[in-house]
Design a protein around this ligand. Structure first.
Ligand SMILES: [Fe+2]
Length: 331
């Protein structure tokens, strides 16, 4: 696979140009051999995921895809024409699980069922009214954010596969490189002060109440907005989910000094309105892979309730060694 357009942005589109041949059937057979139960076609973190990962990386097409993503140096990559469009749901999700496992360790997105593959699509109106719905369960837009921002170990990567793009004019996938946010902040005195503060201050990210252990028990995670993670290729990383921070500060007003609130407001304005962003309405059969620490993601509003994506988050740490809950269906 080779990029067809020269770009200096670490977020770009790459046609898959991938010949699966017999490897697609081979991948499906391996996954079937290791899972007795596809868990509603959502799978679950396999108890022997490290050996399964090695087995899958021996399949040339899969190893080539994983290598291409790694070699691209991208922080976000939309791989078009992946070649899964004709597969039945179970087989398609088996291949998506396999692709995810070659890049990291897929985490449970649904704490009740343990599913790792999550359907991002609008729930029917009667269902949506009966329970709390999240960004991934309703039409409309999604503010820029990182996934699992309110947990101790946000997954380093996620991927979204476009089963059915919105047939309306909306539903563009949005990604912002965190370095562009840092660069923009460096251009003004207020921005530089905000950045310094948001590197140092403990900000409360509230866990959405629907996922907390109980409504009475207020749960939040304290973390700085900007940090430099170990073991990644340098650069700044972010935790960001503005609504979660606002709710966290409502619960812990003692943590919300005026300068901190101003800094958060400035970053929110920047990421929602002015930072440069990748914005594309991705076609059916596209795999969007992204770095969840060094990009923010969101989507433009849409109205077509038939839009359907599959999301899987991947940790660089095997599930057995992760701390705290995995990601949730929200985001
Ligand atoms: Fe998200």
């Amino acid at each position: 696979m080779h990029p067809t357009t020269a770009t200096s942005s670490p977020i770009f589109i790459l046609p898959a140009n991938l010949k699966w041949g017999d490897d697609l059937a081979r991948v499906i057979a391996i996954v079937r051999h290791h899972f007795d139960d596809f868990n509603g076609n959502g799978f679950y973190p396999h108890p022997r995921e490290e050996s399964l990962q090695r087995e899958l990386l021996a399949v040339p097409a899969l190893a080539g895809l994983a290598r291409a993503i790694g070699a691209s140096g991208a922080r976000g990559l939309a791989i078009t024409g992946l070649g899964l469009g004709a597969l039945a749901e179970a087989d398609r999700n088996a291949v998506l699980y396999a692709i995810a496992l070659t890049r990291g360790f897929p985490t449970s997105t649904d704490q009740r069922t343990g599913r790792v593959a999550w359907d991002v699509r609008a729930r029917p109106a009667h269902e949506a009214q009966s329970r709390f719905t999240t960004f991934s369960e309703r039409v409309g837009g999604a503010d820029m954010h990182t996934d699992s921002s309110f947990y101790p170990m946000p997954e380093e990567q996620f991927m979204l596969y476009v089963v059915k793009a919105a047939r309306c004019q909306g539903g563009a996938s949005l990604l912002i490189d965190v370095d562009d946010i840092v660069r923009a902040l460096a251009r003004s005195a207020a921005g530089r002060a905000a950045f310094t503060l948001l590197c140092a201050a403990s900000v409360p990210f509230r866990v959405p109440s629907v996922y907390a252990a109980s409504d009475e028990q207020l749960e939040y995670h304290l973390a700085p907005v900007f940090h430099r993670p170990d073991g990644e290729d340098g650069g700044w990383a972010m935790r960001w989910r503005y609504d979660s921070i606002c709710k966290g500060l409502a619960a812990r007003p003692d943590l919300g000094s005026a300068p901190l609130r101003a800094a958060l407001e400035l970053v929110n304005e920047l990421v929602e309105y002015s930072a440069p962003r990748f914005s594309h309405r991705l076609p059916d059969d596209t795999l969007l892979w992204a770095d969840n620490h060094r990009t923010l993601h969101g989507r433009s509003p849409y109205t077509d309730a038939a839009r359907h994506l599959i999301r899987i988050r991947m940790s660089n740490t095997p599930n057995a060694r992760r701390v705290g809950p995995s990601g949730i269906a929200a985001d």
